[in-house]
Design a protein around this ligand. Structure first.
Ligand code: SF4
Length: 118
């Protein structure tokens, strides 16, 4: 559902092919994978695209970030859409005081820490 995901994009993404949606739980994995493309918005508790990939290497890093995002919050169909249309939807946990969902990447390990690497 590309149009649906585009409607939930974060408004501060740089327009282009790739974008991050409101599903981002700010695990910071994409910024680690592609630091020249993604950064954090600490006030909002999200990461976003501050630069679209311009080289083959950056494009590979963007794809790697998309595939590694534990929240499936990164999409690559933004060049098919009208960036002048404002985002229309926010998940309920962002617009009311619902607890933030847990992230499989960030949530505490289910094993004791001394067995984490076992
Ligand atoms: S990897 Fe996904 S969930 Fe984690 S900060 Fe990036 S966009 Fe957000």
């Amino acid at each position: 559902m590309p149009a649906e995901s585009f409607s939930t994009r974060l408004p501060y993404n740089t327009p282009g092919k790739f974008y991050v949606t409101e599903d981002c739980l700010d695990c910071d994995l994409c910024s680690e994978t592609a630091p020249t493309l993604f950064t954090r918005n600490a006030d909002e508790g999200t990461s976003y695209l501050f630069k679209q990939p311009a080289t083959a290497e950056e494009h590979e890093q963007a794809i790697e970030s998309l595939e590694g995002c534990p929240c499936e919050a990164i999409h690559n169909d933004g060049d098919q859409h009208d960036w002048t249309m404002p985002p229309t939807a926010r998940p309920s946990w962002r617009s009311d005081n619902s607890p933030k969902p847990t992230c499989s990447h960030c949530s505490p390990p289910k094993r004791p820490w001394w067995k984490f690497w076992a």
